[in-house]
Write a protein that binds this ligand. Structure first.
Ligand SMILES: C[S@@+](CC[C@H](N)C(=O)[O-])C[C@H]1O[C@@H](n2cnc3c(N)ncnc32)[C@H](O)[C@@H]1O
Length: 238
């Protein structure tokens, strides 16, 4: 087992989380509550965000032991161990049983690799057959604000429409084009992605896809709904 490694993707995730937390600071209430995170990885991107936002506290979980080890070293090197804590375990088991008041905001660059089964390069990145199992589970976990990466090849229409059914609106998002990396390029995964997209479950180019980091919210103080713009940015035409 290794640690997730994709520098551009992690940087986009960190930058976008920072931008969305800053932009909606007044409405989200994270200064008082902190936020939780599904999937720490090596923690570099969010450690930078924590360093840049002195009022931010993050409680993060990852199922990968090597990731947690690397994350703790990276967090410590950036001097934010007091405000960015990481624990080994399944987010869905741990976050709810952590005690204390429940926070309203969760952040995540979740596993979103679609494949027929979990037998892929890094099994922890498997997002189910359509790639969006974990983001759907997150949306069903009753957080008022879900800041999450949404990939263009992981059935984003189902993700966005499920979010709508659960009462969420897309407040805003930051989208970026990414080249297929180590995990999407695995032949079994690449072929599966090609088939999913041909069947109308997403978009990917020959060697590229889009990822947006979006704020899904049920907070009435955050106005508007950019769900259609989000899907457009992911190259989806319904
Ligand atoms: C795409 S990586 C993102 C890592 C990091 N946030 C980043 O952007 O660099 C997803 C991470 O989620 C972890 N993960 C997968 N399922 C999980 C679960 N149920 N609970 C917590 N972490 C999980 C994986 O081990 C992996 O490190």
């Amino acid at each position: 087992m290794t640690c997730f490694s994709s520098a551009d993707e992690s940087a986009h995730y960190g930058f976008s989380v920072c931008m969305l937390l800053e932009h909606y600071r007044a409405q989200l209430g994270w200064e008082a509550e902190g936020v939780v995170e599904l999937g720490t990885g090596d923690a570099t991107a969010i450690a930078e965000v924590v360093a840049g936002l002195p009022d931010l506290r993050v409680r993060s979980y990852d199922i990968s032991a090597p990731s947690i080890e690397e994350a703790r070293a990276n967090i410590s090197a950036r001097g934010v161990s007091d405000r960015y804590t990481v624990e080994l375990g399944d987010f869905f088991d741990q976050a709810d049983s952590a005690g204390g008041p429940r926070v309203s905001t969760v952040i995540s660059n979740p596993p979103y690799i679609p494949a027929p089964d979990r037998d892929i390069l890094m099994p922890e990145l498997w997002g189910g057959v359509f790639g969006n199992d974990l983001v759907l589970q997150l949306l069903k976990s009753d957080y008022d604000n879900v800041i999450t990466a949404v990939a263009s090849y992981s059935d984003p229409v189902t993700t966005v429409r499920t979010a709508e059914d659960l009462g969420y609106r897309v407040a805003n998002f930051l989208a970026m084009g990414l080249d297929f990396g180590t995990y999407s390029s695995e032949p079994k995964v690449r072929e599966h992605i090609r088939r999913l997209c041909a069947d109308g479950h997403g978009w990917a180019g020959d060697d590229e896809y889009m990822v947006a980091v979006a704020l899904f919210t049920r907070n009435p103080d955050v106005r508007g709904d950019r769900a259609d713009q989000l899907l457009n940015s992911l190259q989806i035409t319904e």
